[in-house]
Design a protein around this ligand. Structure first.
Ligand code: PCA
Length: 332
C-alpha cells in the first residue's frame, strides 16, 4: 500500500505552502519598520523627552508599523556625526543641535547669532522667518525637516566670578560649535570644542573652566560639581532639528507620513511651549545645588553685546543675500 507516504508528502507540501503564504501575508499586512533615532543629549532633558514622546506617538498611531526608537546621549552616533548619518542613510531619522553645522550653511547658525533673538517669542519669530531657508538647506542635503526644538537661553557658567569680559582672559572655555569658539576667542578665553556628553570630563580634567549653555545642560551635567556661577546672559536660543533621510521618507505611504507629520507638529508645539517654565525649574535646581544663578553685571552685558555686534556682522557676511532676507523678514 502506498497511500500513507503519499498522504504524508501531500500534507508536508501543504504545510510548507501554508507557511510561505503566512510569511508573505505578514510581510504585507505588517511591514513593520524600525527607525533608530540617534540624539546627542541626555535622555532626561525636556528636549530629548519630547523626542521620546514623538517616537512613542508614531509607534502607537501606526500600530507598530513604524516603530521609532530614540538613542540619546550620543549612544548610537556621536552628536557630531548624527546629521551625516541621516544624510547618508545610515539611519533614517535623527535629532541634532543644528547650530553646530553653521560652517556648512550659514542658515544653520542663524539662531546662534548673539543677541539677535533672546527670548522664546523672538526665537519663534526668527524660526518662522528662517524656516523656508532652513528647510531648503536640509532638502539640498537629502533631508526633510520634521520639527525643531528650542533650547533655553544661553548663559555663562564659570568657576570664578565674572564681572566683565576682562575676567575671561586666559580662561579655558568649553565651546560647542564654531560660534561659541569664536565668542571665546573674542573674549580672550581659550576654547576647546566638546560635545555635551563630555562636559563632565572636560571640567573635571581642567580642560574647561567655563562655558556658555542653558540650564538644561547645567542640570543634567550636574554643573554644581564644577562651577559656582551662572550668569543669565540670554545670549541666544539655539535649536535642534529632527530630520528624516529623503529616501526613507519617500518609502512611507501617505497615511504613515500624515501620522508622522501630525506627531511632529504636536511635538514642536509642546516643546516650544514648555521651554520657559522648564528653564525656570532648571535654574532653580542649579541654585538649590549651590550655583549662584544671577543676572550679569551691566559691564559684562555691555561687553558681550559689543562682541555680539562683531559676530552678527561676521554672520551677515557669511550668510550673504539669503541671510539678509531672513533678517529682514524677522525684523518686519
Ligand atoms: N547648549 C548646547 C546646545 C544646546 C544648549 O543649550 C550645548 O551646550 O551643547
Amino acid at each position: 500500500m502506498n497511500w500513507k507516504p503519499f498522504t504524508r508528502r501531500t500534507l508536508l507540501s501543504l504545510s510548507v505552502s501554508a507557511a510561505i503564504l503566512a510569511a508573505a501575508s505578514t510581510a504585507v499586512v505588517n511591514a513593520a519598520e524600525k527607525w533608530d533615532m540617534p540624539a546627542g543629549y541626555s535622555a532626561k532633558n525636556f528636549i530629548t523627552k519630547t523626542y521620546i514622546s514623538f517616537a512613542e506617538a508614531v509607534t502607537k498611531k501606526t500600530n507598530g508599523a513604524l516603530e521609532i526608537v530614540v538613542h540619546p546621549s550620543g549612544s548610537l552616533y556621536k552628536a557630531s556625526e548624527i546629521l551625516r548619518a541621516v544624510r547618508s542613510g545610515q539611519v533614517p531619522i535623527g535629532a541634532r543641535y543644528i547650530g553646530a553645522h553653521a560652517s556648512e550653511d550659514a542658515i544653520f547658525g542663524v539662531d546662534t547669532v548673539p543677541f539677535l533673538a533672546t527670548d522664546a517669542a523672538q526665537a519663534w519669530k526668527l524660526y518662522q522667518a528662517s524656516k523656508p531657508a532652513l528647510e531648503a538647506a536640509l532638502e539640498k542635503r537629502g533631508m526633510k525637516l520634521l520639527f525643531t526644538a528650542v533650547w533655553p537661553p544661553q548663559g555663562l557658567f564659570s568657576k570664578k566670578p565674572v564681572n566683565s569680559v576682562e575676567d575671561m582672559k586666559g580662561v579655558k572655555f568649553r565651546a560647542y560649535d564654531a560660534g561659541t569658539t569664536r565668542l571665546a576667542q573674542l573674549m580672550g578665553a581659550v576654547p576647546t570644542k566638546t560635545e555635551a556628553s563630555e562636559i563632565g570630563q572636560a571640567f573635571s580634567t581642567g580642560v574647561a573652566q567655563s562655558m556658555i549653555a542653558s540650564g538644561a545642560i547645567g542640570v543634567f551635567r550636574k554643573m554644581w560639581d564644577y562651577v559656582d556661577h551662572y550668569y543669565m546672559v540670554n545670549a541666544w536660543l539655539p535649536k535642534s532639528v529632527v530630520v528624516v533621510n529623503a529616501d526613507s521618507w519617500a518609502k512611507l505611504d501617505d497615511a504613515t507620513r500624515k501620522i508622522v507629520m501630525d506627531a511632529a507638529a504636536d511635538a514642536e508645539k509642546s516643546v516650544w511651549a514648555a521651554m520657559e517654565d522648564t528653564n525656570k525649574g532648571y535654574n532653580k535646581t542649579m541654585a538649590d545645588n549651590g550655583i549662584k544663578v544671577v543676572a550679569p553685571s551691566d559691564k559684562l552685558r555691555a561687553d558681550l553685546l559689543a562682541i555680539g555686534k562683531i559676530m552678527s556682522d561676521e554672520w551677515a557676511k557669511s550668510a550673504g543675500e539669503q541671510g539678509a532676507a531672513v533678517i529682514d523678514a524677522y525684523r518686519k
